[in-house]
Design a protein around this ligand. Sequence first.
Ligand SMILES: [Zn+2]
Length: 265
Amino acid sequence: MRCCVIEDLPMGVVVGLAALLGLVLGSFLNVCISRWGAEPKQSVVRPRSRCPRCGAALHARDNIPVVSWLLLRGKCRSCGLPISPMYPLIELAIAVIWGGMAWCYGPTLLAVTGAVFFTILLGIAMTDLRSYIIPDEFTLGGLVIGLALAAMKSGDALVHSVIGAVAGFVLLWLVAWLGLRIFKKEAMGGGDIKMMAMVGAFVGWHGVLLTIFLGALLGTIIFVPINLLNRDKLVPFGIFLAVGAAATWLFGTPIIDWYRAYTGL
Ligand SMILES: [Zn+2]
């Protein structure tokens, strides 16, 4: 599909533009992470960006992704207290994701789909890590975006996406229900279930199975030792699912093909 002038630009320019867009989106993602993860949830539109410590509204010049943080040496202009390096790091990560997708797949719908998916996954991982919350805006909003992107591809892709979303929801709901019966405590929140519906819309039902497998494997390897030291620590399972989903999106097809050849399924 030839759409516009973007396809005629040199590859370096396309990657640069995608990375710049990623910086801006990363800056917005920071706002989403801190406000949707807050109790009570806050609007991402109003008020405008503020210092999380003193509440001073940020000037436009102090709100430039990465650059402002470096110029201010990581301190608020008003109160002088440190601003978390998480902000520029997330902006950089999203810039790398968008630039990297453009570099790997060119100016295509596939690149946009991958970049959007990874942006949502990073948002989920960060809110789950910081506040044990997986906001509906990421999961249900991401589900709608995933279905819409699949619909832009083809009718078959949309069917695949819908089946994936249903599979993700039903499977995680079952895992949560079993966890509740067996361990008599909530093993998984509603956020994880809605998250897997979103993931399924992007990776299909095969991908859902692989994501849950990778997430559970990673969660066991990393979390069991931590849990032995501190029994009351909550499991931010969304992070492991997010890493599993990203790996599935990138390497799922070769892994699933290998598994089928190996088992003869
Ligand atoms: Zn301040």
